[in-house]
Design a protein around this ligand. Sequence first.
Ligand code: OFO
Length: 180
Amino acid sequence: MATKKISSVMEKALNAQMTQEAWQAQVYLSYAAWAEENHYAGIADFLYKHSHEEREHMFKFIKFILNRGGKVKVEAIKAAPADPKDLGDCLKKLLQHEVENSKLIYTLTDLAHSEKDWPALNFAQWFVKEQVEEETLFSNMLDKYILATTKKEGNANLYDFDRDVANAPQETTIPQEEKF
Ligand code: OFO
């Protein structure tokens, strides 16, 4: 067993954020299923992939806690929120989730700094950068949605919007069903 190189407070905070990342994955998963049910295939695909990315974030926390000699505590994940009212609501809520998640990452970064835990600070900073990317991604997506659904000549086209989302940058792929 590795020597413990993190404080108990840090261990608790890292575990809490690990559970938060697992919850984020559930939020994206539930919105993805909602999108598929509502025939937004491109958006559903994007959200399934994003759910997978959030699980990768969860794993990063697991590995970091273990590498620092801490104890991983897998705890219950709260339920995903209710379905969004429509696509605009879905995007607004996802952006809000990311903004809230950024605040939690900043709190963790702050803790690492105040404890002079430089490895934890370095680790948390990867997520600070990631959150900037994610907030930008969802904010741009919301802007495109508003553009696509605002009635102006030639641009009220949700079909194009759906295609754009399908091509939005993603850092991961989702497992595909085996083809026989
Ligand atoms: Fe959506 O980001 Fe994880 O941390």
